[in-house]
Design a protein around this ligand. Structure first.
Ligand code: SF4
Length: 650
């Protein structure tokens, strides 16, 4: 299936596993936290109008408006969307992935989003990929998106899920097997008879959280269930049937009998730290939150309400419910489900990312918080010592009633069988569709809207310091904190003061001092550096602070691309021993950097330790050019200038 879609969209390169190829992108999506930078970058390309089939700008992340900054961002996004021909989804309309699935997703299409959970649309058979903002801006400008032809792993499903077990438990089973590292440049394709037991919202939950494994994307076939969902959304024309060929050859196989899947939880502080619910039963719970782009569909909320029906939330628990979209909220408000949730004591939250990104609902100190979302990195909830567990809506609802993690086998509550509705209450009135000609639209730029910073061409000699050394699984949340800091995302100098805030609060001061003294900053890291969110700020802000290289045992796919886009060398140690040998504060140097970039092999001299260390640069030829020019924006500017010179236009 993946190969069929990639081949149908291939515009550059040769299709062969491991090759770098360019594909045409049909649709793009952005959300506000990454989106302001995407549109600023798009504007800096000097292109008037979106060139792909559909671009949608969602506002779902920074909807809590304390201070003017978020509202400034929203006003900019609304006006620039009208100017360049993008659809604008207004605040309150819902979470980008849930809304896109409902209203725009198309089977067989390519979708690129400036958010790592863009693969959600794989649930209806789209090849949906998360990427850095600049890659999305370029796709909107009609340029091909470059990726490595992935390995394709078949996840063959058989059987049927038992009561009290749902899609979240399936993806937690996948995470238990594949873990959160070692899956770069891989796609998970779901096949087998068990697929027919899963409706599109369930498939979307599974694809959504495949992102936690670090895969490029996840994909379900487009079949009768897909048509049923799209027809219920009044969008049957978006359906294109396809499935894997019977003799399709895969790079690996993982089989799951759905009947054997048990309720599970991802335990603190990683989505890959999986335990069975029966082993956690009895653990007291302080907070339960149902929502996020993983589990906020109509069926998820109806199930939650039916389990809670006739009960009042335990006095020990604060229960919050955030519908994934205005469509879901409207439907549950009209059929009595909303009042049932309210009667049970649920706090109804805005249809937005909210708690998932730590924007609100931070739990009390040392709290146990059960959430249906997809990430439980330390501190992401806004409370550093909170213990966050990721669970299904069923497990969440039982914990809300009993005040503790509860094994469904021990309760006397009938399992609610909830089917997808035959007709969704679709209402597109909160989208603002762009005018045919936006040239007269005035773009609104409040004081929170800055310019995208530009890098400087790479020096041939780098002399600097290991400004910070970190361990394994450093997420982009560690590099650029979200929550209360999110509102600075359109203001790079201000946001840069928070780089690594929760690991080394002095990092940004030290790095800025080095930069001003013309001393390069190096980041030393363990395995899976840059996992998690696609936020390109985790590259932009370090670039602004004068970081010249990240040297790690491994670097995650989207972050590696973001580092190249912003002119930071993504280098990997050949030996774990060398990673161990570098000490924070060591003086480091590299000579003949340009030649080493072209070769893809580096020698780092650790002056303090008196050692030479072998490193690899894993980058495509185009990425090497970006690195030499100081980032993709510089490369494009220089290419435009070269073309103008050739045409005699200075
Ligand atoms: S993971 Fe959370 S913050 Fe990211 S898009 Fe989904 S709901 Fe929003």
């Amino acid at each position: 299936m993946t190969e069929k879609i990639l081949r149908a969209h291939l515009v550059e390169g040769t299709y062969k596993t491991g090759n770098d190829i360019g594909i045409h992108i049909d649709q793009t999506l952005t959300q506000d936290a990454t989106g302001t930078m995407v549109y600023l970058e798009f504007e800096s390309l000097g292109i008037d109008h979106v060139k792909n089939e559909l671009a949608v700008s969602y506002v779902d992340h920074n909807t809590v408006q304390v201070g003017f900054e978020n509202a400034d961002d929203h006003a900019y996004l609304q006006s620039v969307a009208a100017k360049i021909g993008a659809v604008f989804s207004r605040p309150g309309n819902g979470i980008c992935h849930q809304v896109h699935l409902e209203r725009f997703g198309k089977s067989g299409a390519t979708l690129l989003g400036s958010d790592s959970h863009t693969p959600t649309d794989g649930g209806l058979g789209a090849l949906a990929i998360g990427a850095g903002g600049l890659d999305v801006a370029l796709a909107m400008a009609g340029r091909p998106f470059h990726l490595i032809v992935p390995k394709i792993i078949e996840i063959r499903l058989s059987g049927k899920l038992k009561p009290w077990v749902s899609a979240k438990d399936v993806i937690l089973t996948v995470l238990e097997h594949f873990t959160v590292k070692g899956n770069v440049n891989t796609v998970f394709e779901y096949t087998g008879d068990g697929v027919t037991d899963l409706d599109v919202p369930a498939r979307a939950t599974i694809c959504n959280m495949g992102a936690e494994c670090g895969v490029t994307t996840s994909l379900f076939p487009s079949d009768r269930e897909t048509l049923r969902f799209l027809a219920a959304q009044g969008r049957g024309e978006a359906y294109r049937p396809f499935a894997a060929d019977k003799d399709a050859v895969y790079d690996g196989l993982f089989e799951i009998d759905l009947a054997n899947v048990t309720p599970k939880a991802a335990c603190p502080h990683s989505p890959g730290n999986i335990k069975d619910i029966k082993d956690l039963a009895g653990m007291e719970v302080d907070q339960v939150l149902v929502g996020s782009c993983t589990n906020s569909s109509y069926t998820d909320l109806v199930k939650t309400a039916r389990i809670l029906d006739g009960h009042v939330v335990s006095p020990k628990v604060s229960l919050g419910v955030a519908p994934g979209s205005r469509e879901v909220l409207q439907m549950i408000s009209e059929n009595g489900i909303l009042s049932s949730l309210v009667r049970s004591g649920a706090r109804i939250l805005e249809s937005a990312c909210g708690f998932c990104i730590g924007n609100h609902q931070s739990p009390k100190s040392r709290a146990v918080s059960l959430r249906t979302s997809n990430r439980n990195f330390e501190g992401r909830s806004g409370t550093k010592d909170a213990q966050v567990y990721l669970v299904s809506p069923e497990t969440a609802a039982l914990a809300a009633i009993y005040g503790k993690v509860t094994d469904s086998a021990t309760v006397d509550i009938p399992y609610p069988v909830v089917s997808m509705p035959d007709r969704y209450d679709a209402d597109d009135s909160m989208f603002i569709f762009p005018p045919k000609d936006g040239s007269e639209v005035k773009v609104v730029r409040g004081p929170n809207i800055g310019d995208p910073p530009k890098g400087v061409p790479l020096d041939d000699r780098l002399y600097g310091v290991a400004t910070i050394k970190v361990g394994d699984k450093i997420t982009t949340d560690h590099i650029m904190p979200a929550g209360a800091r999110l509102k600075y995302r359109s203001n790079i100098p201000a946001y840069s003061t928070f780089v690594f805030e929760n690991i080394d609060s002095d990092f940004s001061r030290k790095a800025a001092e080095n930069r001003d003294a013309k001393v390069a900053n190096f980041i030393i890291a363990g395995y899976s550096y840059g996992q998690g969110s696609s936020r390109e700020h985790a590259a932009i802000c370090p670039m602004y602070l004068g970081v010249k290289a990240v040297i790690a045992l491994s670097i995650e796919r989207i972050h590696q691309a973001n580092l190249c886009n912003f002119g930071i060398l993504p280098l990997t140690f050949r030996s774990e021993k060398d990673y161990q040998s570098v000490v924070q504060g060591d003086t480091l140097e590299m000579d003949d950097v340009h030649a080493m970039v072209r070769k893809g092999e580096f020698v780092l001299h650790d002056v303090t330790q008196g050692a030479d260390i072998a490193l690899d640069l894993v980058a495509t030829d185009e990425q090497k050019e970006m690195l030499l020019h100081g980032g993709l924006l510089n490369l494009l500017r220089d290419q435009r200038q070269d073309e103008a010179d050739r045409n005699g236009n200075p």
